[in-house]
Design a protein around this ligand. Structure first.
Ligand SMILES: Cc1cc2nc3c(=O)[nH]c(=O)nc-3n(C[C@H](O)[C@H](O)[C@H](O)COP(=O)(O)OP(=O)(O)OC[C@H]3O[C@@H](n4cnc5c(N)ncnc54)[C@H](O)[C@@H]3O)c2cc1C
Length: 399
């Protein structure tokens, strides 16, 4: 098979890239190791994705937003940060941004399904995308003039450009000899949906407690009971996470209620619970000869600052813009100059928050007595620094 671009991975980033390139005279193949049913009907994976206003606009432009039921989109109006066992809260109100809310929340499996449906619409309209499910890319080769990928069924696809969207541990990035800085936090993030007594008022919580970090992401009311509902995120040491995963739903609900210091009243588990090991990854290079990375393959964020997919969409926008401009004027779409331009801009947009996230997690995981004082003092000072809070509000909206 011979195409212009081959994308490895039909996760949300790979599908969004294909969708954004469709209809402009390019032929695209997407190779995905999972079977078609897993791509078309992705299962609930516990992740509630906080989307910036910028991402909401990007998803509207790609036609994804319109495919999502309004009741599956929840408002993230304000955010608050808590520390230790103190009752003090630093509030980031939406008024510090130009919007009515800081952002939005949508379940990851719903975003994935919308990305698949939008790609199907593009296929119907333009007939320029071939989705190849159930096949793993086992080899990537590039020369000065072209590139190719080999599949585990023995097939081969030739292309002008290969784009890896195959997750933060991208095997194809490694095949291209790109090294990456990886940081294993030794912790796991547990995610699930819970109903609770006390209203969340659409305020997201990030609670840097001692020995654990808790987050609460406000969702729309439970569709069957009408009770207040949130996505609950618990970050603990990996062995503790394994123990929590073994608890019955009743015991887990009680455990989580106590972790939240009963501040939300009674809490009940209303979904399956999922555990993710925390490893952040930043590759040394985002591109190589006729090869580029997008999504988590380009920047594997720690989820605490909720920017993984938001950065994925930014990368998709920039890379497709570069490819389409080159194609429009008859230039080679695998040209190094355009790939390096993408790399430079995407690094500039993502690296500062990547490093800042690392710093925040380091400061707020220290628990010596002086560190506890410093953590509390930092939060109290920040509460009074409106420009600082405004910069957080703007980061959350994606500006
Ligand atoms: C707990 C948690 C909470 C999060 N919260 C947020 C948030 O609030 N906001 C936010 O913006 N982001 C958040 N994220 C990050 C977000 O989920 C990811 O950035 C996003 O899902 C990555 O999408 P992707 O398409 O790049 O990669 P993936 O979804 O990992 O897709 C990669 C695809 O490539 C396929 N693949 C892999 N190798 C091969 C191969 N060799 N051949 C063929 N196919 C292959 C895989 O099967 C997979 O389908 C969170 C992540 C976690 C874990």
């Amino acid at each position: 098979m011979d195409v212009d671009i081959v994308i490895i991975g039909a996760g949300p980033s790979g599908l969004c890239l294909a969708r954004s390139l469709s209809g402009r005279g390019l032929s695209i193949a997407i190779v995905e190791q999972q079977p078609i049913d897993a791509i078309a009907n992705p299962a609930f994976d516990g992740r509630e994705i906080a989307l910036t206003q910028h991402s909401a606009t990007a998803m509207k432009e790609l036609g994804l937003w319109q495919l999502i039921e309004p009741k599956a989109i929840s408002q993230l109006r304000d955010a608050k940060i808590l520390d230790g066992r103190s009752q003090f809260e630093m509030l980031i109100p939406h008024q510090l941004s130009q919007y009515q809310e800081l952002g939005w929340l949508i379940s990851n499996h719903i975003i994935r399904r919308a990305a698949y449906d939008a790609t199907q619409e593009a296929i119907k309209l333009n007939d320029d995308i071939q989705l190849i499910p159930g096949c793993k890319v086992t080899k990537v080769q590039t020369t000065q003039h072209d590139a190719s990928v080999t599949l585990d069924n023995g097939g081969k696809i030739k292309a002008k450009l290969v784009v890896a969207a195959d997750n933060r541990f991208s095997t194809t990035r490694r095949m291209m000899g790109i090294a990456a800085d990886m940081h294993d936090f030794g912790r796991n993030m547990l995610v699930c949906c819970m109903t609770h007594d006390v209203p969340h008022e659409h305020i997201a919580w990030e609670w840097f407690d001692y020995g654990q970090t808790l987050a609460l992401l406000p969702m729309n009311p439970d569709p069957t009971t009408g009770l207040y509902r949130s996505s609950v995120v618990i970050t603990v040491a990996s062995d503790e996470a394994d123990e929590l995963m073994k608890l019955s739903p009743e015991a887990l609900s009680k455990n989580i209620r106590e972790r939240f210091d009963n501040r939300l009243g009674d809490m009940n588990l209303v979904s399956t619970i999922h555990s993710y090991p925390l490893v952040s990854v930043y590759p040394k290079r985002l591109v190589a000869n006729r090869f580029a990375t997008v999504g988590d393959a380009a920047v594997g964020m720690h989820p605490v600052t909720a920017h993984g997919f938001n950065f994925g969409l930014l990368g998709v926008q920039k890379l497709s813009q570069e490819i389409l401009s080159a194609h429009q004027i008859g230039q080679d779409i695998g040209d190094q100059v355009l790939l390096l331009r993408y790399e430079k801009i995407h690094k500039r947009k993502t690296r500062p928050l990547f490093l800042m996230t690392r710093l925040i997690t380091e400061i707020y995981s220290k628990e010596s007595l002086p560190a506890k004082f410093a953590r509390t003092a930092l939060l109290h000072v920040s509460e009074r620094l409106t420009p600082f809070k405004k910069s957080i509000a703007l980061a959350l909206t994606g500006r």
